[in-house]
Ligand binder design. Structure first.
Ligand code: 5GP
Ligand code: ZN
Length: 171
C-alpha cells in the first residue's frame, strides 16, 4: 500500500504538510486513486484504517468534502461524521475493546489538511508512571508526540484486511 506519508515514516522524517486538493491523500482515497482498508462508506462520509496505526483497529472517519478545519465543516457533513463515529464506536467496542480515544487534530498535530477523526482502540494495559524513564519524564510535548510517531509501523496487508473485515462485520 502506498501513501504520501509512508516515505517520511519509514525514513523517520517529520511528515510534510499537504495543502492542495490534488495531493490530499484523503481526497485521493475518496476518489479511489489511493487504496485503503475501508470499513464504512456513505454519500457523505468514508472511514478506513490508518496506514500507520497507533494501535490495532486505528480508524479514520473522514467527510467526503475537502475542508481543512473541523470548525469550518458544514453542518450536514458534521452530522454525517457524528453518526459514523457513533456507528463505528459501537462496532469496535463490540468486537475489540470498550475503551477508545477519539481525536480530531485541528492545526496542531495535523499532518493531513482534510478533516478527520482518529478512532483509536485503547491499549489493554497502561504502564504505571513509575516505570517511565527520567528521559521520558523530561520530554516536552513535541518530543513526546514525535517519539510516539517514530514507534508506529506500517499496516501490513493481512492485518489490514482482517481488521477492516472485523469492524465492517459489526456495523
Ligand atoms: P493527523 O496528524 O493529520 O491528525 O493524522 C493524519 C493520519 O493520516 C495519520 O495517522 C496518518 O498515518 C494517516 N494517513 C496519511 N496518509 C494516509 C494514507 O494514504 N492512507 C491511510 N490509510 N492513512 C493515511
Ligand atoms: Zn482532501
Amino acid at each position: 500500500m502506498t501513501s504520501f506519508m509512508i516515505d517520511e515514516a519509514v525514513n523517520k522524517r517529520t511528515p510534510l504538510k499537504w495543502t492542495s486538493y490534488d495531493t490530499c491523500p484523503f481526497c485521493n482515497i475518496i476518489a479511489n486513486k489511493l487504496p485503503a482498508f475501508r470499513v464504512l462508506e456513505t454519500d457523505m462520509v468514508i472511514a478506513f484504517l490508518d496506514i500507520l496505526p497507533i494501535r490495532p483497529g486505528h480508524t479514520l472517519v473522514v467527510p467526503k468534502m475537502h475542508c481543512s478545519n473541523l470548525s469550518d465543516l458544514p453542518s450536514d457533513y458534521s452530522r454525517a461524521v457524528g453518526e459514523a463515529l457513533s456507528t463505528i464506536a459501537n462496532a469496535i467496542t463490540r468486537g475489540m475493546t470498550i475503551n477508545l480515544n477519539v481525536v480530531c487534530n485541528q492545526g496542531y498535530g495535523q499532518a493531513v489538511p482534510h478533516v478527520h477523526f482518529h478512532m483509536v482502540p485503547a491499549p489493554r494495559t497502561v504502564e504505571p508512571p513509575s516505570t517511565q524513564s527520567p528521559t521520558n519524564r523530561s520530554m516536552n510535548h513535541h518530543e513526546m508526540v514525535m517519539s510516539e510517531y517514530h514507534r508506529r509501523e506500517e499496516l501490513d496487508e493481512d492485518t489490514g484486511r482482517n481488521m477492516a473485515d472485523r469492524i465492517r462485520s459489526r456495523l
